[in-house]
Each structure stands twice: as C-alpha cells, then as structure tokens.
Design a protein around this ligand. Structure first.
Ligand code: FPP
Length: 224
C-alpha cells in the first residue's frame, strides 16, 4: 500500500453551490469553509502530515470586489476564532503565495504562522494569492543569485514548499479538469483525482474513497 504524506486540494465549486442552493456565491464560500474544517479533521485522523489548500489564486483578483472582500473577511474571522484551537491541536499553518493583503490581514497571517510554527501533527499550507508560475520564476531567480548548481534538488529548495514532500494526491472538486496554476512543479508525479461534487458537498466519505483508491494504485514513478 502506498504511503500517504501529502494531499493537495483545489477547492472548486463554492460559487456554483452557493448560487444553486442559497442564491448567493458568498454563501457557497461560507459553506466551503465547513468542508475545510471536515477535511482538516479527517486528515489528522488519517495521519496525513501535509495538507495544501488552494484558497485564492493570483487570478482570483479578477473577481468582483464584493466577493474578494467577503472571502478575506471569512479568512480573517476564521483565523481569529480558530487559530488557538488549531494550535492546541498541534497544527502548523503556513501561507504560500504572496502576502500583500491589508496590513491588518498580513499581521494576522504572520502571527498565526508564528504561533503555530513548531507544531507537528498536521502542516497546512494555505495557498493565498498563489500562482505556481510566479513561484517558479522567483525560485529560479533566487537559485541563480545563490550561484548554486541548477538542478531539481536546489530548485525545490527555493520553492515555498521547500522541505515538504511533493503531494501524493491532488484533488480537484467541482467537475472541472484543470490545474489552474497550482503546484505545477510539485505535482509532477502526484495521483490526480477530479471529483464531480462541488466543494461544499465534498465530505469525509468522498475523501476516504479517494485515499482508498490512492493506496491501491501501483505508483511507478516512470519505472516499470
Ligand atoms: C473556488 O470556488 C473557491 C475559492 C476561490 C475560494 C476557496 C475558499 C474556501 C474554500 C472557503 C474559505 C477558506 C478559508 C480558508 C477562509 P469558486 O468560487 O471558483 O466556485 P465556482 O467554480 O463554482 O465559481
């Protein structure tokens, strides 16, 4: 059976769910946060060490300002309410992406990262204002500056996921089959699961089914 250390998720479908059931895209984001909580809980149960969640891409700035503000308020309230509990549960939070939000949110993100930095049970990467191409360009620039040899190992050291094993599984909910500029380098050998359900409908059982399927896959990594 395959060992499972790292799950990455593109949490897609909040807007469609919200419109369908509550006539509001933002209601979908609120419901999506509940799924985030469920998946964190189940990841701990399954002894998964790393969970990377795509919450806001560099391209998401093109959404209406009202929706963007709603999302960041949701995040702010989530951290204010839940960071102590996450810390007590031995969860480490790291932001990947560029932290160029309001001063208030930047401070809250940094203090949440600092508070939980030594935790060991589950490491959550929250991708915010994240884009894989720009992460790669920065990594190449910094590697070039360092004068180190250009190879896979050295480049990986300059990615925001440095010191973390690459995702074993990538899940995308929302019935869409694309990667949306997410972890393009890191998912070179990940097993990819496209899930029809919208993110707010995705639950522990769906997650466990994917994990079960993953464990049975023969992973060759290019060998036979
Ligand atoms: C994609 O669905 C989802 C997002 C852009 C936001 C993800 C946010 C959450 C899951 C909740 C908030 C999380 C935190 C950590 C505060 P979409 O809006 O693109 O859905 P659509 O494809 O149906 O439009």
């Amino acid at each position: 059976m395959n060992p499972l250390k790292h799950v990455a998720i593109i949490m897609d479908g909040n807007g469609r769910w919200g419109l369908k059931y509550k006539n509001s895209r933002n209601a979908g984001h609120k419901a999506g946060l509940k799924t985030v909580e469920k998946i964190i809980k189940e990841s701990i149960k399954q002894k998964i060490k790393y969970l990377t969640l795509y919450a806001f891409s560099t391209e998401n700035w093109n959404r209406p300002k009202k929706e963007i503000n709603f999302l960041f308020n949701l995040l702010e309230n989530f951290l204010k309410d839940r960071i102590i509990d996450l810390h007590n549960k031995d969860i480490k939070l790291k932001i990947i992406g560029v932290k160029n939000f309001s001063t208030k949110l930047n401070k809250l993100l940094s203090s949440s990262e600092k508070k939980t930095s030594k935790n060991k049970k589950l490491h959550i990467n929250l991708a915010l204002n994240y884009g894989s191409k720009s992460e790669l360009i920065n990594a190449f620039k910094n590697l070039h500056k360092s004068k180190k040899k250009i190879n896979e190992k050295n480049l990986s050291m300059y990615l925001q996921t440095n010191n973390i094993p690459d995702p074993d599984i990538l899940i995308r909910t929302g019935n869409t089959k694309r990667l949306s500029n997410f972890l393009l380098w890191q998912i070179a050998y990940s097993e990819i699961f496209f899930e029809k359900k919208l993110w707010p409908e995705f639950n522990e059982n769906d997650y466990l089914n994917i994990i079960k399927k993953f464990k049975q896959i023969k992973r060759n990594f290019g060998k036979i």
